[in-house]
Ligand binder design. Sequence first.
Ligand SMILES: O=C(O)COP(=O)(O)O
Ligand SMILES: [Mg+2]
Length: 225
Amino acid sequence: MEKLKPGFVLFDLDGTLIDSVPDLAYCVDEMMKALDMPVRGEAAVRNWVGNGVQRLTERALINAVEGMPDQELMDKAYPIFLELYKHNYSQRSRIYDGVVEGIEWIIEQGYRVACVTNKAEAFTIPLLKDKGLHDYFEVIVSGDTCAEKKPHPMPLLYAAEKLGVAPENALMIGDSRSDVKAARAAGFHIFCMTYGYNHGEDIRDYKPDVIADSFLEFKDYLVSK
Ligand SMILES: O=C(O)COP(=O)(O)O
Ligand SMILES: [Mg+2]
């Protein structure tokens, strides 16, 4: 593939920059215990992350990716999850190898960087700050910033507009089918990491432009200074 020189690079958060599942799984399991239901464990939660914390709670209640729980149960469970996650959004989570070096490299080459996640803003901002990543980003688009979340293109187009860059000149780096679908619909280039979360499916099946097994590999596909 010819090397790209995008007007900006938009990073996904969970499963791309940060392995946030240990905190999310802790909160899911504590919620399940509070509801007198069986705990789900980290491996299951790994397949349920990527569509925001509300959808994660729904999936945990039905123990499946697809489908909906009983509304009464959801009304009881969701506030429990939110209260738990408010106090447990970062301490068990870790930045993936190469992320800080990679973001600093990209900024050094003169690229502008932004972040787009389906995580609600009340958790996104504290998590990015706690991990020391917040100040790298010119624009941060959370799951509730726009009327639609990924896989809808709206949050990507919103970032492009804020930065004044044409979508066809923008690059998204993510980990899930929602990132690929949103990027394709928005007209962005899309690179994906294989180590993240994709609901138990192989991200290669969604045919991003570039697939990488580790964060720093994206450098091979970008024009350097
Ligand atoms: O599901 C979430 O809460 C966030 O997931 P994302 O950062 O990969 O968009
Ligand atoms: Mg992700």
